[in-house]
Design a protein around this ligand. Structure first.
Ligand code: GDP
Length: 358
């Protein structure tokens, strides 16, 4: 799937660069254009290989917005034309989707990303998705409250919001900086593989995934989640029925970007590995298992041919907003926002006790 990536704020810029670098190192060439947008000049200067656009210079003089996501939203609203102008040549006729990437707990990305998505939806016919990073549980009340409002607004504006929880790959005793570097690498590998797996590859099997399957899986809107796991493969596909089942189970049960988010409206299962090692029977069994696990019959599946001694499962879960994890997070955000208690899980994202950003 040919994509344009726009990072907003510090985390957004870093992730855009990381994903784009992974894509070119692997030779996938799915990432066709990148842009990092921020109100903090030093954060843009630390990026090496993406184009940048400073916003809000008149209001904050390149110093950022602190944790004020309402100011982040206002600045994006005022300067959005400059950002759209800069996208000329980065979003092209070949682009199949746009991803706006941001940490949802901060200021510029948290406030700016939903505003930018809103404007991109008016300008472009292709789907506009968000890739949002949720703050870890220990990150403090302001981050939780900001992320809650940002997520609620993104869920309304974006065609789907792919969520990454900063607690998903937490390791003991690690500094925040080291943790970010590791998490960013994991995100880039998973998201990079998703983009690449939606690319038509010539000369290989009939069941290769294409970009319409990614788009159809995300069609129900709302929130989405990405799961991943891999294992050493046996030589021959007949011996890999269990391997395919096992990586698929792990991908969704222990390997998702949002822990315990296992319910959805639809899923795409991509098995990556050497074509001779991929078990068709394994994929069929894994698809049936997934249908049961997520509670939906809409499970698509396909291969991604990759020269590797491992077999990997990548699971994209669309319409994941009914997952318990989301309800828990919105509750956390609402408490942090000094508002009252929970409600029906399906209503969490439209709950008017948590204000939208705009
Ligand atoms: P902004 O520049 O005002 O948009 O703020 P940030 O992008 O720093 O957003 C803060 C949120 O993003 C917090 O929840 C941080 O934990 C998270 N964050 C900041 N940098 C990174 C990063 O490099 N990787 C990840 N995964 N999260 C980050």
């Amino acid at each position: 799937m040919k994509v344009a990536l726009i990072g907003v704020g510090q985390a957004g810029g870093k992730l855009t660069e990381r994903i784009s670098r992974y894509d070119s190192e692997m030779g996938f060439e799915a990432v066709q254009g990148t842009l990092a947008v921020n109100s903090a000049k030093p954060d843009l200067q630390s990026l090496e290989c993406v184009e940048t656009q400073l916003i809000g210079a008149e209001r904050v003089n390149g110093h950022g917005v602190g944790g004020d996501n309402e100011l982040g939203a206002e600045i994006m609203q005022s300067d959005v034309q400059q950002v759209l102008d800069k996208l000329d040549g980065r979003v092209t006729s070949r682009s199949e989707a746009i991803f706006v990437i941001a940490g949802l707990g901060g200021g510029t990305g948290s406030g700016g990303a939903p505003v930018l998505v809103h404007h991109l939806q008016r300008v472009y016919d292709i789907p506009v998705y968000a890739l949002g990073v949720l703050p870890g549980q220990n990150e403090g009340a302001l981050y939780q409250a900001n992320a809650g409002r940002s997520l609620k607004t993104l869920a309304r504006e974006a065609d789907s919001t792919l969520l990454i929880d900063n607690d998903a790959w937490h390791e003991q005793g690690e500094s925040v900086k080291d943790a970010f570097a590791r998490i960013n690498t994991k995100i880039s590998e998973r998201v990079g593989l998703l983009f690449a797996s939606g690319e038509a590859v010539e000369g290989v099997g009939e069941s290769v995934v294409d970009s319409s399957e990614v788009i159809n899986t995300l069609r129900s809107g709302g929130l989405s989640v990405l799961g991943y796991a891999s294992e050493v493969a046996n030589e021959d596909s007949a011996q890999n029925v269990q391997t395919v089942m096992s990586v698929t189970r792990q991908a969704i049960l222990t390997g998702t970007s949002l822990p315990n988010a296992t319910n959805g409206d639809s899923a795409l299962l991509v098995i990556a590995g050497r074509p001779q090692a991929i078990s068709r029977k394994g994929i069929e069994k894994a698809r049936s298992w997934l249908e049961e696990e997520i509670g939906s019959m809409q499970v698509r599946g396909g291969d991604f041919p990759l020269e590797s001694d491992r077999l990997s499962a990548l699971v994209l879960l669309g319409g994941a907003e009914r997952s318990k994890r989301i309800t828990e997070f919105m509750e956390r955000a609402r408490e942090a926002d000094q508002k009252a208690k929970g409600t029906d899980p399906a209503e969490t994202l439209t709950d008017d006790r948590l204000d939208s950003l705009f």
